[in-house]
Ligand binder design. Structure first.
Ligand code: UDP
Length: 412
């Protein structure tokens, strides 16, 4: 049986002074006609990364407005996750495809997991490619509506892997993407666009005083009186931590004493992650002003919040990025933010208006210096970024989008 994640309780009423009133009214109206709808989210992990982050807020809010929502995690071993990691990379454009042996592993785990999806649901939401094959292998749940929710940047996918997955997509009633550019060409289920969102009422995103942030950051050995550059990301080539170090070195020539923190948790069983972590440490070359922290350093939600609050600017120098929740988190804290000009980041940052978009380490360094030289202007920009997040990228808007889709699917 697929493990259920215990998500606790949240109340939509707690958000009423944070988001627009008409959004909450619309949610209540939609929810009234969906009362008791049984929804099941299925994904591959309850820890780490953007999907888990979203479900911990979305699932309890679905319950609070009257649905019966579950979140269940598929079962997998290292051999399976090695395949799905390669698949994920390929869908983001990596040239390496999936071998016939890997396909067999992928299909075997999906078959076993399909057998473990018990219960009666009206809507099943399958997140990302890992469990996509469950749909074609279930024997029950025939009357349910099935949705595939893709969180990946699919703008330039490896065609072999996309074609391998296409028949598995065919059984779904809808496919949800962050943005229109990610909808694959050719036959797929009806596409729905729904960018993700952050929860303003979690320890990671609630306002932390400057004093508390400084207190926490100081415990990691940083000097809170010197400027801090920050990137919060898994250690992954697409997140380009090496490029961030290069940008930091350019900045350090003009701003002696500037510090850089690279904060990234990762699963202990992710060999590729640890390998890239080691490469990042090598690239930092023992510089005492570069702090590389991982989950081994106990960096949880409050600590991420503290680093984001303390940083003079937050960087997300991705080369590919499905959406970039770290950008949303930074903008919500009204921090000056510099993002790679890719994927979902331009949806959040309009260059020079709500933050800066960059295509190289040199440009990243220059924008960092601009922010240091003009803190007043940078703060104005960051405040516009915060209002953009309030209007577009907080969890109640995402909840509303899901309720709209459920209404369409079940004809409520
Ligand atoms: N995150 C975290 N600790 C870390 C690294 C990342 O809590 O050490 C969180 C980060 O704050 C964000 C999520 O993990 O909420 C990453 O989401 P994003 O969309 O930026 O990237 P993904 O990992 O999904 O590619």
């Amino acid at each position: 049986m697929l493990r259920q994640v215990n998500v606790g309780v949240k109340a939509l009423a707690d958000y009423h002074s944070i988001v627009a009133r008409d959004l909450l009214v619309e949610i209540r109206e939609l929810a009234a006609s969906l009362e008791g709808l049984r929804v099941c989210h299925v994904n591959a992990t309850s820890f780490g990364g953007g999907v888990a982050e979203i479900l911990y807020s979305l699932v309890p809010l679905m319950n609070d407005v009257g649905l019966k929502a579950d979140w269940r995690v598929m079962f997998g071993r290292e051999e399976f996750f090695n395949v799905t990691k390669a698949m994920h990379n390929a869908l983001q454009g990596a040239p390496r495809g999936i071998t016939p042996d890997e396909q067999r592993i992928f299909e075997r785990y999906n078959l076993v997991n399909a057998g473990g999806l018990d219960g009666d649901y009206d809507v099943v939401i399958i997140h990302d490619p890992q469990p996509i094959g469950i749909r074609g292998n279930t024997s029950g749940l025939d009357t349910a509506k099935w949705v595939w929710r893709c969180h990946i940047d699919l703008s330039d996918p490896n065609p072999q892997v996309l074609e391998y997955l296409r028949p598995m997509m065919a059984g779904y009633d809808a496919a949800v993407f962050h943005m229109a550019q990610y909808v694959p060409q050719g036959t797929i289920p009806p596409a729905v666009i729904m960018p993700p969102a952050i929860d303003p009422l979690t320890p990671k995103n609630m306002a932390l005083s400057a004093e508390d942030a400084a207190y926490i950051v100081h415990q990691f050995g940083l000097d809170i009186d010197r400027p801090l550059m920050l990137q919060v990301s898994r250690f992954d080539p697409w997140k380009d931590p090496l490029g961030v170090i290069d940008a930091y070195r350019i900045v350090a020539e003009r701003v002696p004493g500037v510090q850089l923190a690279l904060v990234g948790s990762m699963a202990t069983d992710d060999p590729e992650g640890w390998e890239f972590y080691n490469r990042t440490v090598d690239h930092a070359d023992g510089d005492p002003n570069i702090y590389i922290l991982s989950n081994l350093n106990n960096v949880g939600g409050i600590e991420v919040n503290a680093f984001q609050t303390q940083a003079v600017a937050v960087i997300q120098k991705s080369l590919r990025e499905g959406f970039g929740l770290t950008v949303t988190e930074s903008l919500w804290k009204a921090r000056p933010t510099i993002g790679g000009n890719t994927g979902g980041i331009p949806l959040q940052i309009s260059d020079g208006v709500t933050g800066y978009l960059v295509d190289s380490s040199a440009a990243c360094a220059q924008r960092m210096l601009d922010i240091i030289d003009d803190p007043g202007g940078a703060h104005e920009m960051a405040r516009r970024g915060k209002e953009h997040v309030r209007a577009e990228f907080l969890t109640p808007r995402l909840l509303r989008d899901w309720l709209r889709l459920f209404s369409d699917l079940v004809g409520a």
